[in-house]
Ligand binder design. Sequence first.
Ligand SMILES: NC(=O)c1ccc[n+]([C@@H]2O[C@H](COP(=O)([O-])OP(=O)(O)OC[C@H]3O[C@@H](n4cnc5c(N)ncnc54)[C@H](OP(=O)(O)O)[C@@H]3O)[C@@H](O)[C@H]2O)c1
Length: 292
Amino acid sequence: MEYRQNRIAIVTGANKGIGLEISRQLSENGILVVLTARDEVRGQAAVKKLQDVGVKDVVFHQLDISDPASITFLKEFVKTKFGKLDILVNNAGVGGVELQSPTTLMEGDPESLYDAINETYEISKECIDINYYGTKAMCEAFIPLLHQSKSPRIVNVSSTFGKLQFISGDSIRKELRNIDNLTEDRLEKLLGTFLIDCKEGRLKESGWPERTFSAYKVSKNAVSAYTRILAKNHPRFIVNCVCPGYVKTDFNYNTGTISVEEGAKGPVMLALLPDGSPSGQFYNQTEPTSFE
Ligand SMILES: NC(=O)c1ccc[n+]([C@@H]2O[C@H](COP(=O)([O-])OP(=O)(O)OC[C@H]3O[C@@H](n4cnc5c(N)ncnc54)[C@H](OP(=O)(O)O)[C@@H]3O)[C@@H](O)[C@H]2O)c1
């Protein structure tokens, strides 16, 4: 088994944007990073980009978080090579929107983004599948290897849109807030209802967020709630979720207002939290915030 003495991290969706910078900053902190990307060519190019600026301890492995076979392949790689995992950064995500009118986009102006995008049922479903079910599949696959670590950490990259204030329905909010009783099964039933309401055009009357970013808000609320469930079920782990800020990346068609260097700081801080730190919390960048 190689590198047993190193702390090992997996970063998902790391070929660009915040994930790439999280990988760089973790490596700068002495962590051996498994930089993953769903596209082999883009992922290898990202590793080369880091190596070209002197980053050493980064290895690439393909990973599509919506593909169970791809997750299993990565799990076998990490198990064989390292025998454990110390840090899982679930960063990969999609916005659940398509760009309709690129010409109206203005840098640093989120309002211009809202006018330029469109949401369909198919894109909404993909967003729930990747952002929530993909994150959950990664956690489930790697929990046994995280148990082999002295200081297991999970960082779920959520969003301010993953706060309860973006869901208008009282009963939905109440269920998501009631973390003592909320189960994954119940959470997933809620997601199923959201998708039916989305398909049948009943988002507003059913208490879900309306466009824009309705599926994204629901998916990130699910990630936030799942973070609390994980923290409750795995008291030895430190599991938190974080909004990186409004970061200038392809995700928001570069309308973000802060750099990837700034945006990666919160997730990296949480990945490196010392033993005894809080778990099951929500952070806005590097500061604790509420789930409300
Ligand atoms: N940027 C912001 O202002 C902002 C704000 C709040 C939260 N966030 C969150 O921050 C995270 C990173 O976003 P970003 O801004 O860095 O966006 P980005 O530049 O678009 O990067 C997203 C990454 O996720 C990957 N990805 C998407 N679906 C995947 C899948 N099924 N399997 C594996 N990788 C997948 C993408 O791969 P491809 O290159 O192959 O598409 C890409 O590497 C996301 O979870 C996002 O929700 C961002």
